[in-house]
Design a protein around this ligand. Structure first.
Ligand SMILES: [Cu+2]
Length: 332
């Protein structure tokens, strides 16, 4: 039986978990892990085309003016200083370009900035299917996730502290009705003693294999394919909860709650850093998000409820694939 479980586990963990990290010498964004990020990347490439064409046009005009109207080619310049037609064109055309850019930008801002109404998403999806509008339904489900909407939000509060993050899962409560809450500390602090401290505290020997200035002791864990609604807050100064591959960056401000949402379909490990200069250890308050299948998330939550943070963190060190989720849940 033990061999069977071992074999099953090996099969479950056969596919390497995806990790979103910056790479040396790379250009461009980290791969998009949310629809929010995909939309922002698409918008970015439209802007890149526009800016490239404008730069090329201006360069051609400049070169043409320099050649055609140099003192050698144009010995007696004319003395006029206004041309109404040209002035109207160079005012109206850039204004139209800006209106065009805004019309592409505002829907993205709205999509990202307004927490979706899940009841409406489920209802709209059902209505489209009932009316047999398959094409519209396909288009709708590019930006909305009816299956996830049916399951509701996973609510998480991220609180920035000098210098770590506190994560609170308001809806997941233990027997004494206390929500799961834990502090997530970076394991690298730029000190020679970091490795020894880490090994002494955790009994683990994987310090060197973890990404420098990105790995934490207790990562944030979320289920794949679920709507995450988050709130950011701060205990002391302004921090910013940022994960580039999610295209999520929300300031954490003392005295107020900021709200946002995201949904990650692909299980994996996603890294970010505090992105608001917050004091001497600003560089050492990383964000590590482990996105796991629902079954693995539920098991993590059970361990957290029982107060066994180390076992919970160990249970998400390897990430099951979506296909193996059912098997995972039943063998553990
Ligand atoms: Cu900070």
């Amino acid at each position: 039986m033990r061999h069977l479980i071992a074999a099953l586990s090996a099969m479950l963990f056969a596919s390497p978990a995806f990790a979103a990290l910056p790479e040396d010498g790379a250009i461009n964004f980290q791969p998009a892990a949310t629809r929010i990020a995909e939309r922002i990347h698409e918008f970015h490439f439209v802007l890149l085309w526009i800016i490239t064409l404008i730069t090329a046009l201006v360069t051609v005009l400049l070169v043409w003016v320099m050649v055609r109207y140099s003192s050698a080619a144009n010995k007696t310049p004319r003395k006029f200083s206004h041309n109404t037609t040209v002035e109207v064109i160079w005012t109206v055309v850039p204004a139209l370009i800006l209106v065009g850019i805004a019309s592409l930008s505002f829907p993205n801002l709205y999509y990202q900035g307004v927490t979706p109404n899940l009841g409406q998403i489920a209802a709209t999806s059902k209505a489209l299917l009932a009316e047999g509008k398959t094409a519209e339904h396909l288009e709708y489900t590019k930006n909305h996730f009816p299956d996830a909407a049916e399951k509701g939000f996973v609510n998480i509060k991220m609180q920035g502290n000098q210098w770590n993050w506190t994560y609170t899962y308001m809806d997941i409560k233990d027997d004494s009705d206390t929500a799961i809450e834990f502090v997530s500390n970076g394991i690298h602090k730029g000190r020679p003693s970091d490795k020894a401290n880490y090994e002494a505290a955790t009994g683990r020997t994987d310090f060197d294999s973890q990404p420098t200035n990105y790995a934490v002791d207790y990562p944030m864990v979320i289920p794949a394919g679920r709507y995450i609604r988050y709130y950011t807050a701060a205990a002391d100064v302004i921090h910013s909860w940022t994960v580039p591959s999610f295209s999520v960056k929300t300031d954490a401000i003392p005295g107020r709650l900021n709200e946002g949402w995201f949904l990650v379909e692909q299980p994996g490990v996603y890294y970010g850093q505090c992105s608001e200069l917050c004091g001497i250890d600003h560089a050492f308050m990383p964000i590590e998000v482990r996105v796991v299948p629902q079954g693995q998330f539920d098991r993590w939550a059970e361990l957290m409820k029982a107060g066994d943070f180390d076992a919970a963190a160990a249970s998400v060190r390897q990430i099951a694939s979506i296909e193996s989720e059912t098997k995972f849940a039943s063998t553990n």
